[in-house]
Write a protein that binds this ligand. Structure first.
Ligand code: GRF
Length: 194
């Protein structure tokens, strides 16, 4: 198993978390799940995979930076080198961004820069787009901005509902995210920046 350690940050169902965990020969070891929604079903999934969890409600902290300082302390304790956002429904703030510059990836269910933010699938349907897709990108301080690493198209079919389109988008996500993670982590070990 790889000695590069990573954390997944998620708030919801965790189907991408599951896909990452199930992917064969992952170039890093997922040692931690960070979840900001106590009770989210991704937590049970982590427990099933034997992945440690850090679950905290940011509202229980005096400020975003205090919450992130606690998260930062935890990811450092676990020796985390990479952070993969997978349905983490909050903007990452300066505390984590500075500490993990160029080491935080996100997956988004549209072809960014189209349809950023919440409900990207609903936005695509409402716009009448015939093609949407999936983007994996490095994050910055913006909402679904930051350098794009990979994109894959998904055709919007006549009669598609949010549910039917989501199923096809998530199939693409579950294959794309582990593949991109492997490419990025392997490349970084071959050409270390520091
Ligand atoms: C995914 O569609 C991802 O692109 C978006 O949030 C969703 C998370 O789904 N950022 P899941 O929790 O991984 O099932």
């Amino acid at each position: 198993m790889s000695n590069v350690k990573a954390a997944v940050f998620a708030s919801g169902t965790g189907s991408n978390f599951e896909a990452i965990m199930n992917s064969e020969n992952l170039a890093c070891e997922i040692v931690l799940l960070v979840c900001d929604k106590p009770g989210a079903s991704v937590i049970e999934k982590a427990e099933r995979f034997g992945v440690q969890t850090f679950v905290a409600n940011p509202k229980a902290y005096a400020s975003k930076s205090e919450y992130e300082a606690e998260v930062l302390k935890t990811v450092r304790e676990f020796g985390v080198e990479w952070i993969f956002l997978a349905g983490y429904m909050r903007l990452v703030g300066v505390t984590l961004l500075e500490a993990y510059e160029g080491k935080i990836l996100n997956i988004h269910p549209s072809l960014l820069p189209a349809f950023p933010g919440k409900d990207a699938i609903g936005q695509a349907l409402q716009s009448g787009a015939t093609v949407t897709g999936v983007t994996v990108h490095f994050i910055d301080e913006g909402m679904d901005t930051g350098p794009i690493i990979a994109q894959e198209k998904v055709t919007v079919m006549p009669g598609d509902t949010e549910e039917s389109l989501k199923v096809r988008i998530q199939q693409v996500e579950h294959a794309l995210y582990p593949r991109v993670i492997n490419n990025i982590v392997r490349r970084a070990s071959l050409y270390p920046v520091k």
